[in-house]
Design a protein around this ligand. Structure first.
Ligand code: ADP
Ligand code: MG
Ligand code: ZN
Length: 610
């Protein structure tokens, strides 16, 4: 059960309280002890008070006369400007006033000290209160810096995470490898008898959202040993040396609690390659990494401390981390395949009420290339859509719509396309679909829509692969490029002019064509020569050129020729089926969304007689 937190009071509230306390002290309490204010009266008042015998004592200075009201219990102090009054002394005498020191009484030393001490104390107290509140709010770096190198690793006990391997769908190979580690922690004897040593560390690598963190939590849930979980960024500190101190503390705790598991999420934050020279590097980070390396060497693997780490940028890690004896087991956690996607959908669908028309396989096929996190999101979006629709359960249509929501964003209900624009988008989308369908190797389409999406897409053609592609042939790639070109080709063919609508298609097809030449060795001219390398395979996969400038120029020419050829192919295909293109585009224009079956039915129909 979750506790409802009290809303935090704004800082200004605490300042306000402080000010109020000071004000009350100064206005009510201090004046009793401290009289730093001597009331000044004019000479006339002084004379009147004197005549009425109110003045008990007076002290005369060069310019001023200080005097005391004769009320002894609570004397009041006054001053007045001394006039050159020759009768003054006589007047004082007749009124029975004594001469003595008045000014000194104006403030008792005790009172002054008391007021200073109290005010300072109040300031210190409020200051401390504020800094504690601030630290709590900032939580992270500031707070940690104050705790001087104490690691803030959270310790989970098995039952707490409650996540088991069954909660992780797909990723069977990764689960198998981690299962072995769990087994070792349960029965170390079995391994020691035969002389096998467990790897000290396992590094989970894969694209974001594939379940790396989830897998680590599942290991914690299964292993029933203490589980220290910390994120790489928590080691990054304000002060040099603090991160290293935290690493030391973490391993000290782990050694005390052995057998146990230490999990460092997003390890690339501290594990980046230490650069040679350059801008002097990042001392703090390097020290932290060095400490981590030292600690990993230092402890004895047979004691049962296993280190898990996760990253989606393995290529940036320092090689020293990856050498045997440190993270010597690398566990790939890749994007799920068709079966994996189906299983992930099923795992997450357990939490929602389902109608009886659900076909997970169809959804999994349509959601090619999505990660576990996206699939989980899809199920949730479908449930939300069901609620919006006032239904008590999720239908297949909800799930289908949610694929598009996750991939292309929500429908933009209020974006109004002009009729002309709508027509262009219709032809554009049918162009893609038609080229795809006419090329034997390309996947058929399942859905075409011209309802704008929040991602900026004005239309959308959803293609579904009949089978999972692990390898793609040169022809398949070329066909895909032609399919991308199909949108623009249809616009050109029908309207004789082109629009900005193809920008994303152009980007995708260029990337693909470039990869064919520079990485897949699919050109006659360059053959099997690597001309580009992938920088980060899991994060967008940008590449950098590794060839001479002239070669790069030649590559550009090749790419351009390849794209042109496929564009021509698309134009030719559409020209041959121009009648169908008109028919289908008109149909889509009216319906706004059509299914793959409708599309195929119209395509297969005998052409209308003109
Ligand atoms: P990352 O690999 O980026 O660490 P996470 O483990 O944080 O990804 O995954 C985020 C969420 O996505 C999980 O909490 C889970 O709901 C869902 N998810 C990802 N992969 C899977 C999977 N293989 N099986 C079930 N759920 C998954
Ligand atoms: Mg993660
Ligand atoms: Zn397009």
């Amino acid at each position: 059960m979750q506790q409802i937190k009290k809303p935090k009071k704004p800082l200004i509230f605490y300042y306000g309280v402080g000010l109020l306390i000071m004000f009350v002290l100064n206005a009510v309490i201090f004046p009793r002890y401290v009289r730093n204010q001597i009331e000044e009266v004019d000479y006339g008042t002084f004379l009147t008070m004197l005549e009425e015998k109110q003045v008990s004592m007076a002290q005369m200075e060069k310019d001023y006369i200080y005097f005391v009201d004769n009320n002894e219990e609570d004397p009041s102090f006054y001053s007045t400007i001394a006039f050159n009054d020759p009768e003054l002394v006589d007047r004082l005498r007749t009124s029975g006033c004594k001469f003595g020191k008045v000014k000194e009484k104006e403030a008792s030393i005790f009172g002054t000290i008391l007021s200073v001490v109290v005010q300072v104390a109040v300031f210190v107290f409020i200051g401390q209160l504020l800094s504690r509140i601030l630290m709590k709010r900032m939580g992270g770096s500031m707070g940690n810096a104050m705790s001087f190198g104490k690691s803030s690793a959270k310790i989970y006990v098995a039952s707490e995470t409650g996540i088991k391997f069954t909660d992780v769908a797909g990723e069977d190979e990764a689960k198998e490898q981690l299962q072995e580690i769990v087994d070792f922690l349960h029965n170390p004897d079995k391994y020691q008898e035969i002389g096998a040593v467990m790897p000290k560390g396992a590094l989970l690598v894969g694209p974001p959202g594939t379940g790396k963190t989830l897998l680590a939590k599942a290991v914690a849930g299964e292993a029933e040993v203490p589980f220290f979980s910390i994120s790489g960024s928590e080691f990054v500190e304000m002060f040099v040396g603090m991160g290293a101190a935290k690493v030391r503390d973490l391993f000290k705790q782990a050694n005390e609690k052995a057998p146990c598991i230490v999990f460092i999420d997003e390890i690339d934050t501290i594990g980046k390659k230490r650069d040679s020279g350059g801008m002097g590097g990042n001392d703090e980070r390097e020290q932290t990494l060095n400490q981590l390396l030292t600690e990993m060497d230092g402890f004895d693997g047979s004691r049962g401390v296993v280190i898990l780490a996760a990253t989606n940028r393995p290529e940036t890690l320092d090689p020293a981390l990856l050498r045997p004896g440190r993270f010597d087991r690398r566990v790939p956690v890749e994007l799920p395949d068709l079966a994996g996607r189906e299983n992930i959908l099923k795992v997450h669908a357990k939490k929602v009420k389902l109608g009886d028309d659900i076909d997970f396989n169809a959804i999994a096929r349509a959601a090619a290339g999505t990660s576990g996190a996206e699939l989980a999101n899809m199920v949730n979006e479908a449930a939300l859509r069901a609620v919006r629709g006032g239904r008590a359960y999720v239908t297949q249509a909800d799930l289908e719509e949610s694929i598009e929501v996750v991939i292309a964003g929500y429908q933009k209900k209020n974006q109004v396309l002009s009729d002309k624009e709508k027509l262009i988008v219709s032809y554009h989308e049918i162009g893609h679909a038609l080229v795809a369908a006419l090329q034997t190797d390309s996947a058929p389409v399942t859905k075409i829509t011209i309802i704008p999406r929040t991602s900026g897409a004005l239309g959308y053609t959803m293609q579904v692969e009949e089978r999972e592609h692990n390898l793609m042939s040169k022809e398949e790639l070329e066909n895909k490029i032609a399919t991308y070109a199909g949108g623009r080709a249809a616009e050109e063919l029908i309207f004789g002019s082109v629009t900005t609508g193809a920008s994303n298609d152009i980007e995708q097809m260029t990337k693909m064509a470039r990869a064919m030449i520079t990485r897949y060795g699919m050109s006659e001219e360059f053959g099997m020569m690597a001309l580009e390398t992938v920088n980060n395979q899991y994060m967008g996969g940008d590449t950098s050129i590794v060839c001479a400038a002239e070669t790069a120029a030649a590559v550009d020419e090749k790419v351009s020729a390849l794209l042109k050829k496929q564009y021509q192919k698309a134009v030719k295909l559409l020209q041959e089926k121009k009648q169908k293109l008109h028919e289908l585009a008109k149909y889509l224009y009216e319906k706004e969304t059509i299914s793959g079956e409708e599309f195929m039915r119209i395509l297969k129909e005998a052409p209308e007689c003109v």
